[in-house]
Design a protein around this ligand. Structure first.
Ligand SMILES: NC(=O)CCC(=O)C(=O)O
Length: 259
């Protein structure tokens, strides 16, 4: 299974331009024979939270239709990053999963809102987990700040996820945290982590790229630069079972002591 991370720059508050540049990532992913293409967090709007009410996608309908068409055309599964999702109760930050036949598989709204970037003033937290199944394999989607919450990540792995997909807009100034946290999540959960960050700047932040694909032993299989690029690596889910056999942490856990 080959994963491609679309480490893109995002035009601030300009969904039309961002939709217009999306197809080139599908073309590149197809030419590199990727099975799964991942987009970053809020890839249609960026963090234009002051204007989010006007540019959010009503029930993510436009994004789902757009990604379904391209997923089917290019026969590729898509972790459609996240988008600003407008519902009757407000706006949340929603990751969208579409399979290679164009079927909607899962929506996951970011659980932990990041106050340092004002999310709590504009967005609602999610209410459900990020688990889903693609090609018969259990996986999970998480969004950016979520990776700082190992309990939340663990819950997904205990429910069977063998790959964690992360969509992010992670600023350059904390990029060391990004790398350490992602490797730690892979090592402690003995699973793959495929994490797509953006590059470029918005009026408040410069983003750090360094999208990562990490194996269950914590080895970095692919790492992005600070430029736009498709970051790719092949993963083999048998490795998850092999690593868990070598150091059987899931047999050795003592959850009664963790309460
Ligand atoms: N978009 C985000 O959730 C950013 C999280 C972040 O930068 C962090 O340090 O955590």
């Amino acid at each position: 299974m080959k994963i491609g991370l679309a480490q893109m720059d995002i035009r601030f508050g300009d969904p039309e331009s961002n939709y217009a540049q999306a197809e080139k990532w599908f073309q590149q992913a197809e030419s590199e024979q990727c099975d799964i293409l991942v987009f970053p967090e809020l890839w249609t709007t960026g963090y234009d939270l002051k204007r989010i009410e006007g540019i959010a996608d009503e029930n993510s309908e436009k994004t789902i239709a757009f990604l379904s068409r391209l997923a089917k055309q290019y026969r590729i599964n898509v972790i459609g990053g996240s988008v600003a999702n407008k519902t009757d109760s407000g706006i949340d930050n929603r990751l969208i999963v579409i399979d290679s036949k164009g079927n909607f598989v899962k929506g996951y709204s970011k659980l932990h809102l990041f106050k340092l970037m004002d999310e709590h003033h504009y967005l609602l937290p999610g209410k459900e987990d990020g688990l889903f199944t693609l090609s018969g394999e259990q996986m999970a989607g998480l969004i950016c700040y979520d990776i700082r919450f190992p309990e939340w990540v663990r819950k997904h792995v205990l429910s069977g996820a063998k790959i964690l997909f992360v969509s992010a807009e992670w600023p350059e100034q904390r990029i060391d945290h990004w790398k350490v946290l992602l490797r730690a999540r892979a090592i402690e959960n003995q699973c793959y982590v495929a994490a797509c960050n953006r590059v470029g700047s918005d009026p408040d932040n410069t983003f750090g790229g360094s999208s990562l694909i990490i194996d269950p032993w914590g080895e970095i299989l692919a790492e992005g630069s600070l430029q736009e690029e498709l970051v790719t690596a092949a993963v083999n889910l048998d490795t998850v079972d092999e690593v868990r056999k070598q150091i059987p942490i899931f047999d050795d856990r003592l959850p009664d002591f963790y309460r």
